[in-house]
Ligand binder design. Structure first.
Ligand SMILES: C[S@@+](CC[C@H](N)C(=O)[O-])C[C@H]1O[C@@H](n2cnc3c(N)ncnc32)[C@H](O)[C@@H]1O
Length: 287
């Protein structure tokens, strides 16, 4: 995480070589799954009630992490805070979403591009950032609080610049970017921080800058499995099951927010709010 005491707020954050940064091992990294009792611990940790994570000593930026991040999101053993589990998560997310993220990213790019500079907030494995770069964005940054995810992202996408940070306190100067992407991010934040994040997106965008938000659609939690089946085939109940199964403590609070009103309060004009099941796309322009 950027040390605000030394970081110049009028400049980009310093470059960190995440691909080669030494990161401390967490308990899932030390498990030997070929031993039956250790495999049992791993399987049990996917199934049991969610717990706070154990942050290994020496995790970069640990002192600046908000508390709400230190829990086992998505039923991942130790959440986003281990090398081995985050590696599986990066690939697992794409598979669990049954390839839908390709279409979702296409929609994000359609709103944001062309753009000479883009910030992808909550970048995880960097797939949205890399997709935007491939489609012609000039300069792309990906931001995430987890150094473990940043490491996988940097190894897979060396042309994207990756930085540690949180959406509600972006380490960039005002009016730095032409576009901001937030793909499956805001439903992971408590509402107060989601609101702050929207204000931060506005601050780092130039006037006329574009914002693309893609989040889980509320439909999968609100509509019965039978009706989802009739509308979307077997994928409907599948996404419903997935949305109910994974630990996302703030997702209902996000769905309860009037996102359009929040965007307008943060200084945006909303140009689209559309469902592309199982996603919802909000597209806005900074005024
Ligand atoms: C579902 S993943 C995002 C997937 C990614 N955007 C993609 O397109 O593949 C959510 C990410 O948000 C990150 N995150 C959670 N809270 C955050 C915060 N306050 N600020 C920035 N990122 C955050 C998590 O670490 C995680 O990597």
């Amino acid at each position: 995480m950027i040390d605000s005491a030394v970081h110049n707020p009028n400049a980009d954050p310093p470059a960190v070589r995440w691909a080669t940064t030494e990161l401390p091992t967490a308990w899932p990294d030390r498990l030997r799954p070929w031993l039956p009792w250790e495999l049992a611990r791993l399987v049990w940790s996917f199934l049991r009630r969610r717990r706070p994570v154990e942050l290994p000593a020496g995790v970069p930026g640990a002192e600046q992490l908000p508390k709400y991040l230190l829990q086992e999101f998505h039923n991942l053993p130790n959440g986003n805070w281990s090398r081995s589990i985050t590696k599986g998560y990066v690939h697992g997310f794409e598979r669990m979403m049954l390839g839908h993220m390709r279409a979702a990213r296409q929609r994000i790019a359609a709103h944001l591009l062309p753009a000479d500079s883009v910030l992808d907030v909550g970048t995880a494995g960097g797939s949205t950032a890399a997709d935007l770069l491939r489609r012609g964005a000039g300069e792309v940054w990906g931001l995430d609080p987890s150094p473990y995810l940043l490491q996988h992202a940097a190894r897979q996408h060396p042309d994207v610049r990756f930085v540690q940070g949180v959406a509600e306190r972006l380490p960039f100067p005002d009016a730095r970017f032409a576009a901001v992407a937030a793909c499956f991010l805001l439903h992971e934040l408590p509402p107060t921080f989601a609101r702050q994040a929207l204000r931060e997106f506005h601050r780092v965008l130039r006037p006329g800058g574009r914002l693309a938000i893609c989040e889980p659609s509320p439909t999968q939690l609100r509509v019965s499995a039978w009706r989802l089946w009739r509308r979307f085939g077997w994928r409907g109940p599948y996404y419903r099951w997935l949305a109910r199964r994974v630990h996302e403590p703030f997702v209902q609070a996000w769905h309860a927010l009037d996102a359009g009103a929040e965007l307008r309060a943060a200084g945006f004009t909303v140009v689209a709010d559309e469902e592309q099941f199982p996603s919802r796309h909000l597209q806005a322009i900074a005024i």
